[in-house]
Design a protein around this ligand. Structure first.
Ligand code: ADQ
Length: 455
């Protein structure tokens, strides 16, 4: 038996330098979560990529089968249907949503390419695990090809409530396709409930629902809530490493031992980065005594740069940084240090260690791994996680300073509260969080899902 994992994105790409190529892990939540378990458990990873790894002399940690898309497929399936249609609807941004029938046709076409690739390598006992919103039709297409193997699906983004989901013209087709799986997983109980609510409404009496089981046509799907996690031990070990200590001490010197706040996000409108800056602006306006004492580092990784909304967001973010730095900078000090790039793993861990607090201000987020990564690096139990109430992590984790990112006052207040907070209380709260994340890591998530699927 082998596990076949299907995701849109390739876990690895090649980086071409002068005379040689190196293997480079891609950024993003899904890859950060799945790569360590695939390294440990093995399996085959099927994904899309514009540079095929098989054309290079690189050693892969596990077999990766890549599918090349045409320019039109990338435009209409990825930029179009995935990121201009599903993403805004599932993240509660209907105003950013545009329906184009051509995008839907390409979505079907690319999902079929994945189905063909899997059909070519599958053996009788294999298990298929499909991931995320880019591949929601894949389970049904596999069934159409006569594949009877166990199929699991995990959605990494929110599943919206009925009122939002009904806006989506392909709502019934997507539900039917997902109900071709033996197991369907969501991060939270709310998303699970939303899904069942939508099945009831759009499939009516054709779907027999009994607790967490849905019988549709000749398949019974189990629907579970299982929040994803991170490789806690690896992150904690890296946070304690001498390599990170050296980087941390350099960063401390650069920042003159100031109090540091941190943000780490893909540059996506769902992450609320501009809203976070507006909260910071209000904080410095209302509490000028913290000028020159607190600096904020925002690390933003470029993403979906061909989609109009993301280019607009890039401009808005640059403007907000310029405005706030222009307003408060003095004597060589600037309030916001904005890094618009991907950073290496050890550098990211050093920033997490540097930060006295982190702000996760997502307007909507399936879960948010950054919150769990930060907690895992707090080896002295110091620091505060300021977390948006609109993340899956907020529904799951036992304690946090919750904020409403739509409200600048809420962000400004949370920053002040953490700066003035009782140190013993903060330490015990962080210890609780660390304990929780350490006991609910990515391996536990992976094993629970796989065991459920095998049943
Ligand atoms: P994402 O939307 O990508 O994931 P998130 O869960 O926060 O969001 O994961 C981001 C990952 O990218 C983290 O591992 C982080 O370390 C990394 N990252 C961010 N900025 C970076 C930078 N500048 N350089 C390097 N690495 C960076 C999707 C969903 C989430 C869900 C995950 C997993 O949108 O809600 O938590 O999948 O299911």
């Amino acid at each position: 038996m082998k596990l076949i994992v299907a995701t849109n994105r390739s876990p690895y790409n090649v980086k071409k330098e002068k005379n040689h190529v190196t293997l480079q892990k891609t950024d993003g939540g899904l890859i950060s979560a799945l790569d360590p378990v695939m390294k440990e458990n093995g399996g085959v990873w099927v994904c899309e990529s514009d540079t095929l790894l098989k054309d290079y002399d690189v050693k892969l940690p596990y077999p990766i089968k890549q599918i090349k898309l045409t320019e039109n497929e990338t435009k209409h399936y990825y930029d179009g249907f995935c990121n201009t249609q599903i993403w805004p609807i599932f993240h509660y941004f209907p105003a950013k949503y545009k329906f184009h029938i051509k995008d839907w046709d390409f979505y079907k076409q690319v999902n079929q390419k994945f189905a063909d690739e899997i059909a070519a390598i599958i053996e009788t006992e294999d298990i298929i695990w499909v991931h995320d919103y880019q591949l929601m039709l894949l389970p049904k297409l596999l069934r159409n090809m006569g594949i009877k193997n166990k199929i699991g699906f995990f959605l990494h983004i929110p599943f919206p409530n009925f009122e939002i989901y009904r806006i989506f013209p392909k709502r019934t087709e997507i539900l039917e396709a997902l109900l071709s799986c033996d197991l369907i997983g969501f991060h939270t109980e709310s998303y699970r409930k939303h899904f069942i609510e939508c099945v009831k409404y759009f499939l009516g009496s054709q779907a027999g629902i009994k607790e967490n089981l849905i019988q549709y046509k000749d398949i019974t799907s189990k629907v579970i809530a299982l929040p994803i996690s991170i490789d806690y031990k690896h992150i904690e070990k890296t946070a304690k490493s001498s390599k990170v200590e050296v980087k941390l001490s350099k960063l401390k010197d650069n920042f003159n031992n100031q109090i540091i706040g941190l943000g780490v996000d893909r540059l996506d409108y769902s992450k609320g980065i501009v809203e976070k800056f507006e909260g910071l602006e209000l904080f410095f306006e209302k509490k000028p005594e913290y000028i020159k004492k607190v600096s904020f580092v925002q690390i933003a990784v470029p993403t979906r740069v061909n989609v109009t909304e993301y280019r607009k967001l890039k401009r808005q973010t640059d403007e907000a940084v310029g405005r706030i730095n222009g307003k408060f900078s003095r004597d060589g000090w600037t309030p916001i240090h904005y890094i618009y790039s991907s950073v290496k793993f050890e550098d990211l861990i050093a920033y997490y260690r540097l930060a006295d607090f982190i702000i996760v201000s997502a307007l909507r987020d399936g879960l948010n791994l950054v919150a769990k990564e930060y907690v895992s690096t707090r080896i002295n139990n110091s620091g505060t996680l300021i977390l948006s109430e609109f993340t899956g992590a907020a529904e799951e984790m036992p304690y946090k300073y919750l904020i409403n990112p739509y409200d600048s006052c809420s962000i400004a207040f949370a920053i002040e509260a953490t700066l003035k907070g009782n140190e013993d209380k903060k330490t015990s709260e962080m210890a609780n969080l660390r304990n929780y994340v350490s006991q609910n890591d990515i391996f536990k998530w992976f094993n629970i899902f796989l065991n459920e699927l095998k049943q």
